[in-house]
Design a binder for this molecule. Structure first.
Ligand SMILES: [Mg+2]
Length: 124
C-alpha cells in the first residue's frame, strides 16, 4: 500500500519536473537538411521577418474569409487555415535556423511564462 503511494507520488513529481520532448527541433533539422541539399541560403534576419509577416498576413486574410465579414472573391482559390499555420511555422523555423534559436526552448519558455503569470487569471 505504502509502496504504491510512494511510486504514485514519485511518478507525479517526475511528471512535474520532466523536460518536455523536443519535437520542433526535428523539423528544424529536417528543414536545414533540405536547405543544405538544395544549396539554399536562409534569408537575412530582416528578410526572414518580412517573410514571416507575409505569412501572418496570409493567415489573417483566410481568417477574415472564414470567420470575418470579408468573404473570398469567386476568383480566389480556396485556402486552408492549417496550411497557413504551417507556412507560419515554416517561416519561424527558417528564422530560428538562420539565427541559432531552438523553437522547442522558445515555446517552452512562453508556456511556462503564461502558466506562471496567468495562473490565477481568467478563473471561471
Ligand atoms: Mg502562406
Amino acid at each position: 500500500m505504502l509502496a504504491k503511494r510512494v511510486i504514485a507520488e514519485a511518478s507525479e513529481i517526475a511528471n512535474e519536473v520532466s523536460v518536455p520532448p523536443k519535437k520542433m527541433i526535428k523539423e528544424q533539422k529536417r528543414i536545414d537538411r533540405w536547405f543544405k541539399k538544395k544549396n539554399w541560403e536562409y534569408f537575412s534576419p530582416l528578410a526572414g521577418l518580412a517573410r514571416l509577416i507575409e505569412e501572418v498576413g496570409e493567415f489573417a486574410r483566410i481568417i477574415n474569409h472564414v470567420y470575418g465579414e470579408k468573404k473570398k472573391k469567386d476568383s480566389e482559390t480556396s485556402q486552408d487555415v492549417e496550411d497557413e499555420l504551417g507556412d507560419i511555422l515554416y517561416a519561424l523555423a527558417c528564422f530560428a535556423n538562420k539565427n541559432g534559436f531552438d523553437l522547442d526552448t522558445a515555446l517552452e519558455k512562453s508556456i511556462k511564462k503564461v502558466e506562471s503569470r496567468d495562473k490565477d487569471r481568467y478563473k471561471k
